[in-house]
Ligand binder design. Structure first.
Ligand code: HEC
Length: 375
Protein backbone atom coordinates (compact mmCIF):
# COMPACT_ATOMS: atom_id res chain seq x y z
CA UNK A 1 0.00 0.00 0.00
CA UNK A 2 2.69 2.48 1.00
CA UNK A 3 4.65 1.77 -2.18
CA UNK A 4 1.53 2.40 -4.23
CA UNK A 5 0.96 5.70 -2.46
CA UNK A 6 4.55 6.68 -3.15
CA UNK A 7 4.07 5.83 -6.79
CA UNK A 8 0.98 7.96 -6.98
CA UNK A 9 2.81 10.89 -5.44
CA UNK A 10 5.64 10.57 -7.99
CA UNK A 11 3.13 10.48 -10.82
CA UNK A 12 1.35 13.52 -9.46
CA UNK A 13 4.56 15.52 -9.09
CA UNK A 14 5.96 14.82 -12.54
CA UNK A 15 2.58 15.41 -14.09
CA UNK A 16 2.20 18.74 -12.40
CA UNK A 17 5.48 19.84 -13.93
CA UNK A 18 4.35 18.86 -17.40
CA UNK A 19 0.93 20.39 -17.06
CA UNK A 20 2.22 23.70 -15.76
CA UNK A 21 4.77 24.31 -18.48
CA UNK A 22 2.66 23.26 -21.44
CA UNK A 23 0.16 25.26 -23.41
CA UNK A 24 -2.67 23.27 -24.93
CA UNK A 25 -4.94 24.18 -27.75
CA UNK A 26 -8.32 22.85 -26.76
CA UNK A 27 -11.08 23.57 -29.17
CA UNK A 28 -14.13 25.00 -27.50
CA UNK A 29 -16.53 22.76 -29.38
CA UNK A 30 -14.81 19.41 -29.29
CA UNK A 31 -12.13 17.38 -27.64
CA UNK A 32 -8.38 17.55 -28.20
CA UNK A 33 -6.96 14.12 -28.94
CA UNK A 34 -3.33 15.30 -28.79
CA UNK A 35 -3.91 16.79 -25.37
CA UNK A 36 -5.73 13.60 -24.37
CA UNK A 37 -2.66 11.61 -25.36
CA UNK A 38 -0.50 13.83 -23.17
CA UNK A 39 -2.90 13.38 -20.27
CA UNK A 40 -2.84 9.61 -20.83
CA UNK A 41 0.96 9.50 -20.96
CA UNK A 42 1.15 11.64 -17.83
CA UNK A 43 -1.51 10.09 -15.61
CA UNK A 44 -2.43 6.65 -16.92
CA UNK A 45 0.56 5.07 -18.66
CA UNK A 46 2.39 4.38 -15.41
CA UNK A 47 -0.32 1.91 -14.32
CA UNK A 48 -1.92 0.89 -17.61
CA UNK A 49 1.02 0.79 -20.07
CA UNK A 50 2.35 3.12 -22.73
CA UNK A 51 -0.26 2.03 -25.28
CA UNK A 52 -3.89 2.02 -24.06
CA UNK A 53 -4.51 -0.99 -26.27
CA UNK A 54 -2.15 -3.03 -24.12
CA UNK A 55 -4.61 -3.11 -21.23
CA UNK A 56 -7.87 -3.69 -22.99
CA UNK A 57 -10.59 -4.23 -21.86
CA UNK A 58 -9.93 -2.08 -18.79
CA UNK A 59 -9.44 0.94 -20.96
CA UNK A 60 -13.00 1.12 -22.01
CA UNK A 61 -12.58 4.71 -20.89
CA UNK A 62 -13.46 6.06 -24.30
CA UNK A 63 -16.37 7.78 -22.60
CA UNK A 64 -15.82 10.37 -19.88
CA UNK A 65 -18.44 8.65 -17.66
CA UNK A 66 -16.44 5.41 -17.60
CA UNK A 67 -13.35 7.23 -16.39
CA UNK A 68 -15.39 9.20 -13.82
CA UNK A 69 -16.74 5.90 -12.54
CA UNK A 70 -13.30 4.29 -12.38
CA UNK A 71 -11.93 7.28 -10.43
CA UNK A 72 -14.74 6.78 -7.90
CA UNK A 73 -14.60 3.01 -7.69
CA UNK A 74 -10.91 2.13 -8.00
CA UNK A 75 -9.07 3.16 -4.84
CA UNK A 76 -5.76 3.59 -6.65
CA UNK A 77 -7.38 6.05 -9.03
CA UNK A 78 -9.20 8.20 -6.44
CA UNK A 79 -6.43 10.79 -6.40
CA UNK A 80 -7.05 11.55 -10.06
CA UNK A 81 -10.30 13.31 -9.09
CA UNK A 82 -8.24 16.11 -7.60
CA UNK A 83 -5.84 16.53 -10.54
CA UNK A 84 -7.84 15.94 -13.73
CA UNK A 85 -10.07 18.72 -15.02
CA UNK A 86 -13.26 18.05 -16.95
CA UNK A 87 -11.39 18.96 -20.12
CA UNK A 88 -8.61 16.47 -19.28
CA UNK A 89 -11.19 13.71 -18.78
CA UNK A 90 -13.00 14.49 -22.03
CA UNK A 91 -9.74 14.63 -23.98
CA UNK A 92 -8.24 11.43 -22.57
CA UNK A 93 -11.48 9.60 -23.33
CA UNK A 94 -11.33 10.94 -26.88
CA UNK A 95 -7.71 9.82 -27.21
CA UNK A 96 -8.46 6.30 -25.93
CA UNK A 97 -11.43 6.14 -28.28
CA UNK A 98 -9.25 7.17 -31.21
CA UNK A 99 -6.67 4.42 -30.69
CA UNK A 100 -9.07 1.73 -29.48
CA UNK A 101 -10.76 1.61 -32.86
CA UNK A 102 -7.40 1.04 -34.56
CA UNK A 103 -6.72 -2.13 -32.63
CA UNK A 104 -3.31 -3.74 -32.49
CA UNK A 105 -1.82 -4.34 -35.95
CA UNK A 106 0.31 -7.48 -36.13
CA UNK A 107 1.34 -8.87 -39.49
CA UNK A 108 3.32 -12.06 -39.08
CA UNK A 109 5.38 -13.47 -41.97
CA UNK A 110 6.45 -17.15 -42.07
CA UNK A 111 9.14 -18.20 -42.64
CA UNK A 112 11.19 -15.32 -41.24
CA UNK A 113 13.52 -15.44 -44.25
CA UNK A 114 13.52 -17.19 -47.62
CA UNK A 115 16.70 -18.86 -48.91
CA UNK A 116 16.92 -19.91 -52.57
CA UNK A 117 20.47 -21.23 -52.36
CA UNK A 118 22.21 -21.55 -55.77
CA UNK A 119 20.24 -20.76 -58.89
CA UNK A 120 21.42 -20.77 -62.50
CA UNK A 121 21.70 -17.30 -64.04
CA UNK A 122 18.72 -16.52 -66.28
CA UNK A 123 16.66 -19.50 -65.12
CA UNK A 124 13.68 -18.85 -62.79
CA UNK A 125 13.75 -20.91 -59.59
CA UNK A 126 10.79 -22.92 -58.35
CA UNK A 127 8.52 -20.62 -56.38
CA UNK A 128 8.83 -20.42 -52.62
CA UNK A 129 5.88 -19.55 -50.44
CA UNK A 130 5.77 -16.76 -47.88
CA UNK A 131 2.68 -16.68 -45.65
CA UNK A 132 1.33 -13.46 -44.18
CA UNK A 133 -0.93 -13.92 -41.16
CA UNK A 134 -2.84 -11.15 -39.44
CA UNK A 135 -2.29 -11.99 -35.78
CA UNK A 136 -3.84 -8.70 -34.64
CA UNK A 137 -7.29 -7.91 -33.39
CA UNK A 138 -8.39 -5.79 -36.32
CA UNK A 139 -8.35 -5.96 -40.10
CA UNK A 140 -5.21 -4.76 -41.86
CA UNK A 141 -5.07 -2.92 -45.11
CA UNK A 142 -2.05 -4.06 -47.12
CA UNK A 143 -1.25 -1.37 -49.68
CA UNK A 144 1.95 -2.58 -51.35
CA UNK A 145 4.18 -5.63 -51.60
CA UNK A 146 7.58 -5.29 -53.25
CA UNK A 147 10.63 -7.48 -53.74
CA UNK A 148 14.14 -6.10 -54.22
CA UNK A 149 16.49 -6.37 -56.04
CA UNK A 150 14.78 -7.11 -59.38
CA UNK A 151 16.27 -10.63 -59.47
CA UNK A 152 13.45 -11.55 -57.06
CA UNK A 153 9.79 -11.32 -58.05
CA UNK A 154 6.83 -11.59 -55.73
CA UNK A 155 3.25 -12.44 -56.70
CA UNK A 156 0.09 -13.34 -54.84
CA UNK A 157 -3.18 -11.85 -53.84
CA UNK A 158 -2.43 -10.27 -50.47
CA UNK A 159 -3.00 -6.59 -51.19
CA UNK A 160 -6.16 -5.20 -49.58
CA UNK A 161 -8.04 -5.96 -46.38
CA UNK A 162 -6.81 -8.91 -44.33
CA UNK A 163 -9.14 -9.95 -41.52
CA UNK A 164 -7.85 -10.96 -38.08
CA UNK A 165 -6.50 -14.55 -38.05
CA UNK A 166 -6.54 -14.73 -41.85
CA UNK A 167 -3.53 -15.90 -43.85
CA UNK A 168 -2.62 -15.19 -47.44
CA UNK A 169 0.22 -16.64 -49.49
CA UNK A 170 2.88 -14.88 -51.52
CA UNK A 171 4.93 -16.66 -54.13
CA UNK A 172 8.55 -15.62 -54.60
CA UNK A 173 10.83 -16.55 -57.49
CA UNK A 174 14.54 -15.92 -57.96
CA UNK A 175 15.86 -15.42 -61.49
CA UNK A 176 19.46 -14.23 -61.04
CA UNK A 177 20.70 -11.71 -63.60
CA UNK A 178 24.37 -12.41 -62.83
CA UNK A 179 26.62 -14.78 -60.94
CA UNK A 180 27.23 -13.91 -57.32
CA UNK A 181 25.45 -13.83 -54.03
CA UNK A 182 22.22 -11.91 -53.58
CA UNK A 183 20.65 -10.43 -50.47
CA UNK A 184 17.25 -8.83 -50.96
CA UNK A 185 13.96 -8.43 -49.20
CA UNK A 186 10.21 -8.49 -49.50
CA UNK A 187 8.58 -5.39 -48.00
CA UNK A 188 4.90 -5.44 -47.06
CA UNK A 189 3.39 -2.01 -46.46
CA UNK A 190 0.12 -1.72 -44.57
CA UNK A 191 -1.85 1.34 -43.53
CA UNK A 192 -1.84 0.57 -39.82
CA UNK A 193 1.95 0.61 -39.46
CA UNK A 194 4.38 3.45 -40.22
CA UNK A 195 7.09 0.94 -41.22
CA UNK A 196 6.71 -2.02 -43.58
CA UNK A 197 7.20 -5.60 -42.45
CA UNK A 198 10.31 -6.94 -44.23
CA UNK A 199 11.49 -10.47 -44.89
CA UNK A 200 15.10 -11.13 -46.01
CA UNK A 201 15.64 -13.01 -49.28
CA UNK A 202 18.89 -14.87 -49.90
CA UNK A 203 20.35 -16.66 -52.89
CA UNK A 204 23.21 -16.85 -55.32
CA UNK A 205 23.37 -16.78 -59.09
CA UNK A 206 25.60 -19.39 -60.68
CA UNK A 207 26.60 -19.80 -64.30
CA UNK A 208 24.96 -22.61 -66.20
CA UNK A 209 27.06 -25.33 -67.76
CA UNK A 210 25.97 -24.18 -71.21
CA UNK A 211 27.26 -20.61 -70.93
CA UNK A 212 30.84 -20.35 -72.25
CA UNK A 213 33.27 -21.13 -69.47
CA UNK A 214 34.96 -18.00 -68.13
CA UNK A 215 38.72 -17.78 -67.82
CA UNK A 216 40.30 -17.22 -64.42
CA UNK A 217 43.03 -14.63 -64.98
CA UNK A 218 45.95 -14.14 -62.59
CA UNK A 219 47.31 -10.70 -61.66
CA UNK A 220 50.33 -9.62 -59.63
CA UNK A 221 50.85 -6.35 -57.78
CA UNK A 222 54.58 -5.70 -57.29
CA UNK A 223 53.92 -2.89 -54.78
CA UNK A 224 52.05 -5.30 -52.49
CA UNK A 225 53.75 -8.53 -53.59
CA UNK A 226 50.20 -9.91 -53.84
CA UNK A 227 48.48 -12.17 -56.35
CA UNK A 228 44.84 -11.88 -57.35
CA UNK A 229 42.61 -13.95 -59.63
CA UNK A 230 39.22 -13.21 -61.14
CA UNK A 231 36.94 -14.90 -63.64
CA UNK A 232 34.74 -11.85 -64.07
CA UNK A 233 35.42 -10.34 -67.52
CA UNK A 234 34.07 -6.96 -66.39
CA UNK A 235 36.35 -6.94 -63.37
CA UNK A 236 39.30 -7.99 -65.52
CA UNK A 237 38.72 -4.98 -67.78
CA UNK A 238 38.52 -2.74 -64.70
CA UNK A 239 41.72 -4.14 -63.22
CA UNK A 240 43.46 -3.90 -66.62
CA UNK A 241 42.52 -0.20 -66.74
CA UNK A 242 44.75 0.43 -63.72
CA UNK A 243 41.82 1.80 -61.71
CA UNK A 244 42.63 -0.28 -58.62
CA UNK A 245 46.43 0.01 -58.63
CA UNK A 246 49.40 -1.55 -60.37
CA UNK A 247 47.92 -4.99 -61.09
CA UNK A 248 49.70 -6.75 -63.95
CA UNK A 249 48.63 -9.88 -65.78
CA UNK A 250 51.12 -12.66 -64.99
CA UNK A 251 50.34 -14.61 -68.15
CA UNK A 252 48.78 -17.40 -66.11
CA UNK A 253 45.15 -18.34 -66.58
CA UNK A 254 42.95 -21.40 -66.25
CA UNK A 255 39.39 -22.27 -67.09
CA UNK A 256 36.41 -22.08 -64.83
CA UNK A 257 34.18 -25.16 -64.86
CA UNK A 258 32.96 -27.97 -62.65
CA UNK A 259 30.28 -28.45 -60.06
CA UNK A 260 32.02 -26.76 -57.10
CA UNK A 261 31.60 -23.02 -56.68
CA UNK A 262 34.69 -21.25 -55.41
CA UNK A 263 34.00 -18.83 -52.56
CA UNK A 264 35.86 -15.56 -52.84
CA UNK A 265 36.62 -13.43 -49.79
CA UNK A 266 38.21 -10.03 -49.30
CA UNK A 267 39.56 -8.67 -46.03
CA UNK A 268 37.22 -6.55 -43.93
CA UNK A 269 37.04 -3.25 -45.85
CA UNK A 270 35.63 -1.27 -42.91
CA UNK A 271 37.92 1.46 -41.56
CA UNK A 272 39.54 0.81 -38.20
CA UNK A 273 39.04 4.10 -36.29
CA UNK A 274 42.26 3.46 -34.34
CA UNK A 275 44.48 3.37 -37.45
CA UNK A 276 42.41 5.12 -40.13
CA UNK A 277 43.07 2.12 -42.38
CA UNK A 278 40.86 -0.84 -43.27
CA UNK A 279 40.85 -3.74 -40.84
CA UNK A 280 41.92 -5.96 -43.74
CA UNK A 281 43.66 -8.10 -44.74
CA UNK A 282 44.06 -6.12 -47.97
CA UNK A 283 43.97 -9.32 -49.95
CA UNK A 284 41.61 -11.88 -51.49
CA UNK A 285 41.15 -15.48 -50.49
CA UNK A 286 39.57 -18.29 -52.48
CA UNK A 287 38.41 -21.68 -51.37
CA UNK A 288 36.64 -24.61 -53.00
CA UNK A 289 35.96 -26.17 -49.60
CA UNK A 290 32.36 -25.73 -48.51
CA UNK A 291 33.14 -26.04 -44.81
CA UNK A 292 36.07 -23.60 -45.06
CA UNK A 293 33.79 -21.20 -46.93
CA UNK A 294 31.03 -21.50 -44.30
CA UNK A 295 33.57 -21.23 -41.46
CA UNK A 296 35.08 -18.00 -42.82
CA UNK A 297 31.64 -16.53 -43.47
CA UNK A 298 30.65 -17.07 -39.85
CA UNK A 299 34.03 -15.88 -38.54
CA UNK A 300 33.58 -12.47 -40.20
CA UNK A 301 33.64 -9.68 -37.60
CA UNK A 302 32.71 -6.16 -38.65
CA UNK A 303 35.21 -4.49 -36.29
CA UNK A 304 38.26 -6.76 -36.58
CA UNK A 305 40.58 -8.17 -39.24
CA UNK A 306 38.59 -10.99 -40.87
CA UNK A 307 37.45 -12.26 -44.25
CA UNK A 308 34.26 -10.96 -45.84
CA UNK A 309 32.47 -13.11 -48.41
CA UNK A 310 32.39 -11.41 -51.82
CA UNK A 311 31.09 -13.84 -54.41
CA UNK A 312 31.16 -17.29 -55.94
CA UNK A 313 33.87 -16.21 -58.35
CA UNK A 314 34.22 -19.27 -60.57
CA UNK A 315 33.52 -22.95 -60.58
CA UNK A 316 35.92 -25.83 -60.35
CA UNK A 317 36.15 -29.57 -59.73
CA UNK A 318 37.20 -31.28 -56.51
CA UNK A 319 40.12 -33.68 -56.34
CA UNK A 320 39.49 -37.39 -56.74
CA UNK A 321 41.53 -38.75 -53.88
CA UNK A 322 44.84 -36.89 -54.02
CA UNK A 323 44.78 -36.12 -57.74
CA UNK A 324 42.62 -34.47 -60.37
CA UNK A 325 40.28 -36.64 -62.42
CA UNK A 326 40.95 -37.21 -66.14
CA UNK A 327 39.88 -34.21 -68.20
CA UNK A 328 40.95 -31.80 -65.48
CA UNK A 329 44.27 -30.23 -64.52
CA UNK A 330 45.59 -29.47 -61.03
CA UNK A 331 45.30 -25.94 -59.68
CA UNK A 332 48.06 -25.39 -57.11
CA UNK A 333 48.01 -23.03 -54.18
CA UNK A 334 50.95 -21.41 -52.39
CA UNK A 335 50.73 -19.27 -49.25
CA UNK A 336 52.93 -16.27 -48.43
CA UNK A 337 53.00 -17.31 -44.74
CA UNK A 338 51.67 -13.85 -43.94
CA UNK A 339 50.51 -14.79 -40.43
CA UNK A 340 54.09 -15.60 -39.36
CA UNK A 341 55.71 -12.81 -41.35
CA UNK A 342 53.32 -10.19 -39.92
CA UNK A 343 51.97 -9.15 -43.33
CA UNK A 344 48.60 -9.56 -45.04
CA UNK A 345 47.94 -13.16 -45.97
CA UNK A 346 48.02 -13.84 -49.70
CA UNK A 347 47.78 -16.95 -51.86
CA UNK A 348 48.95 -17.68 -55.35
CA UNK A 349 46.53 -19.96 -57.21
CA UNK A 350 47.59 -21.24 -60.59
CA UNK A 351 47.88 -24.30 -62.81
CA UNK A 352 51.45 -23.25 -63.61
CA UNK A 353 53.72 -25.41 -61.43
CA UNK A 354 56.82 -23.34 -62.30
CA UNK A 355 55.11 -20.20 -60.98
CA UNK A 356 54.41 -21.99 -57.70
CA UNK A 357 58.05 -23.08 -57.42
CA UNK A 358 59.20 -19.50 -57.99
CA UNK A 359 57.33 -18.17 -54.97
CA UNK A 360 58.17 -21.21 -52.85
CA UNK A 361 61.85 -20.47 -53.60
CA UNK A 362 61.37 -17.11 -51.87
CA UNK A 363 59.70 -18.43 -48.76
CA UNK A 364 56.09 -19.14 -49.72
CA UNK A 365 54.50 -22.38 -48.51
CA UNK A 366 53.48 -24.95 -51.10
CA UNK A 367 49.93 -26.04 -50.27
CA UNK A 368 49.70 -28.55 -53.12
CA UNK A 369 46.62 -29.07 -55.26
CA UNK A 370 43.67 -26.91 -54.19
CA UNK A 371 41.20 -27.67 -57.00
CA UNK A 372 40.94 -29.07 -60.52
CA UNK A 373 40.23 -26.94 -63.60
CA UNK A 374 38.81 -28.16 -66.92
CA UNK A 375 41.59 -29.07 -69.34
C1 HEC B 1 -2.04 4.34 -9.69
C2 HEC B 1 -2.39 3.43 -10.77
C3 HEC B 1 -3.46 3.87 -11.73
C4 HEC B 1 -3.52 5.03 -12.44
C5 HEC B 1 -2.58 6.22 -12.37
C6 HEC B 1 -4.67 4.89 -13.30
N1 HEC B 1 -5.29 3.71 -13.10
FE1 HEC B 1 -6.95 3.05 -14.00
N2 HEC B 1 -6.94 1.42 -12.86
C7 HEC B 1 -6.01 1.11 -11.90
C8 HEC B 1 -6.41 -0.08 -11.19
C9 HEC B 1 -5.61 -0.76 -10.06
C10 HEC B 1 -7.63 -0.46 -11.74
C11 HEC B 1 -8.52 -1.61 -11.30
C12 HEC B 1 -7.99 -2.94 -11.65
C13 HEC B 1 -8.11 -3.16 -13.09
O1 HEC B 1 -9.23 -3.00 -13.60
O2 HEC B 1 -7.10 -3.46 -13.68
C14 HEC B 1 -7.93 0.49 -12.79
C15 HEC B 1 -9.05 0.42 -13.59
C16 HEC B 1 -9.32 1.30 -14.61
C17 HEC B 1 -10.46 1.21 -15.47
C18 HEC B 1 -11.53 0.16 -15.40
C19 HEC B 1 -12.52 0.47 -14.34
C20 HEC B 1 -13.59 -0.58 -14.21
O3 HEC B 1 -14.70 -0.20 -13.91
O4 HEC B 1 -13.28 -1.75 -14.46
C21 HEC B 1 -10.39 2.21 -16.36
C22 HEC B 1 -11.38 2.52 -17.45
C23 HEC B 1 -9.20 2.95 -16.04
N3 HEC B 1 -8.56 2.37 -14.99
C24 HEC B 1 -8.76 4.08 -16.73
C25 HEC B 1 -7.71 4.87 -16.31
C26 HEC B 1 -7.32 6.09 -16.98
C27 HEC B 1 -7.94 6.65 -18.23
C28 HEC B 1 -6.28 6.58 -16.26
C29 HEC B 1 -5.57 7.89 -16.50
C30 HEC B 1 -6.36 9.06 -16.50
C31 HEC B 1 -6.03 5.68 -15.16
N4 HEC B 1 -6.89 4.64 -15.26
C32 HEC B 1 -5.03 5.87 -14.23
C33 HEC B 1 -4.87 1.82 -11.61
C34 HEC B 1 -4.59 3.05 -12.14
Amino acid sequence: MSSLRRRIRILATSAAAVLCTSVFSVSAQGTDVDHGKLVYNTWCAGCHGADPRQSQPHLAANKPEVLQNAMDLVAQMNFLKTVLTGTDIGDVAAYIGSVATIGVPVLNPTPGSVDFSYQTVGVPSTAQTLLLTNLGSVALNITAITATPADFTVSGNCVGHRNPSSTCALSIVLNPSAAGSLAGQVAVTFSESPTPVTVPLLGAGVLSESTPLPIVVEYYNPDLDNYFITADAGEQAFVDSGAVGRWLRTGNAFRSGGTTKVCRFYGNGATNPATGRIYGPNSHFYTAGQSECDGLKSAYIVSAPSWKFESLDFSTAQLTGAACAPGTVPVYRAYNNGATRGIDSNHRITTNRTSIEQVVARGWIDEGIAMCAPQ
